[in-house]
Design a protein around this ligand. Structure first.
Ligand SMILES: [Zn+2]
Ligand SMILES: [Zn+2]
Length: 364
């Protein structure tokens, strides 16, 4: 087991203040950005940071003192937390180094986020669907195994930035000399240079490949809904995480329905005699099973019948919207002589006084 006290150069009974003070000093001295020409600086810095991580935490320190084996698997997996730690120790920017000490910039880059469209029918949007999406995505080049180097060659550490991807530039200011970091122009921040680029990807490490992915579209989506699938985007350079896949949903209109949030409207047209005497009709449902519906005698035009839970599924997964059936009455515009006689007979019986000579007026 490593001797963390020895690494920090403190005694076994050093208090928290002393450990913090010593770590600040050592972190400054061993930070890779302060030692651009020393490739071993990063390893030393990691060791110092690991020692501090354990000894600055009373619980971890107690376990370490008891000789327990500590799991460091996750300790440095999250570089962000250590950068936060450095930030809190040295103040925002006060440390003077901008780069992540635990990786070159190349390792921090991640794969490209991709945006694809998923076209679904209104029925699929109502009930949810599995859609197979085909798109092109950057993937690690198979020829060079995503190194960018021609087969038989390997990428070399960039001599200009010693693999850090950035170089420190001294800048004189009124407050004295300030160290700032600039992206290395030799390797463009990758930290590595390739003498002979891979013939397939021309050194880009990635190639565009067709990909097909089955995506679950949740019930209740609408045009403009966007799903995010973490890590399903483009692969990044070796050792980095893939980008995310954004799925932009486009819902095709359905001539049978009009959508109003989670509810669906269906316009039902019945004949004038059906509205008067009542009828039974078939109303379409979004899942295509037809539903019988009674239109009672004397139904007025514009009557709305609410059919519960036959609308769209809700995005939050709770329940469904309703189906609203609006009844329209088809007033005939063309009547045969016989039909006109029947209507006039009805008018007489109801003591109504329709205009005379309807057919002549319509012909004008
Ligand atoms: Zn470089
Ligand atoms: Zn390649």
């Amino acid at each position: 087991m490593k001797d963390y006290y020895q690494i920090l150069g403190v005694s076994r009974d050093a208090d928290a203040e002393e450990i913090k003070r010593v770590f600040r000093q050592l972190a400054r001295e061993t930070h890779p950005d302060a030692n651009p020409d020393d490739p071993s600086a990063e390893a030393r810095f990691r060791e110092v940071a690991e020692a501090y991580e354990v000894l600055s935490d009373p619980d971890k320190r107690a376990r370490y003192d008891r000789g327990e084996t500590l799991e460091f698997g996750d300790l440095f997996a999250n570089f962000g937390s250590l950068n936060d730690l450095l930030g809190s120790l040295f103040g925002g920017g006060g440390f003077g180094f901008g780069s992540n000490p635990f990786g070159t910039q190349a390792q921090q880059r991640s794969g490209q986020d991709l945006l694809v469209e998923a076209h679904v029918t209104l029925a699929e949007a109502a009930g949810g669907a599995e859609k197979s999406l085909s798109f092109t995505a950057p993937q690690g080049c198979p020829t060079c195994e995503a190194t960018g180097a021609a087969p038989g060659t390997i990428p070399e550490t960039c001599p200009q930035c010693a693999g850090h991807g950035a170089v420190q530039v001294a800048r004189r200011t009124m407050l004295g000399t300030m160290a700032t970091l600039q992206t290395c122009d030799r390797c463009h921040g990758r930290g590595e240079v390739v003498a002979e680029p891979c013939p397939t990807c021309q050194g880009a490490q990635l190639v565009d490949e067709p990909r097909t992915l089955t995506v679950g579209i949740p019930a209740g989506v609408n045009t403009g809904s966007r799903l995010r699938l973490r890590g399903e985007g483009g692969e990044g350079p070796a050792g980095t995480r893939s980008g995310d896949l954004y799925v932009h949903v486009v819902v095709a209109p359905d001539p049978r329905f009009e959508r109003d949030g989670d509810d669906l409207w269906h316009r039902l047209t019945v004949g004038v005699t059906e509205a008067i005497l009542g009828t039974q009709v078939e109303v379409p449902l979004i899942n295509d099973e037809p539903m019988k519906m009674d239109v009672p005698a004397g139904t007025q035009p514009g009557t709305v019948v609410r059919v519960p839970r036959r609308g769209m599924g809700r995005l939050n997964g709770r329940g469904r919207g309703d189906l609203l059936v609006e009844v329209r009455v088809d007033i005939p515009v063309k009547l045969s002589t016989e039909e006109e006689e029947a209507v006039r007979r009805l008018a007489e019986l109801r003591s109504e006084s329709p205009a005379e000579g309807r057919s002549r007026r319509r012909r004008r």
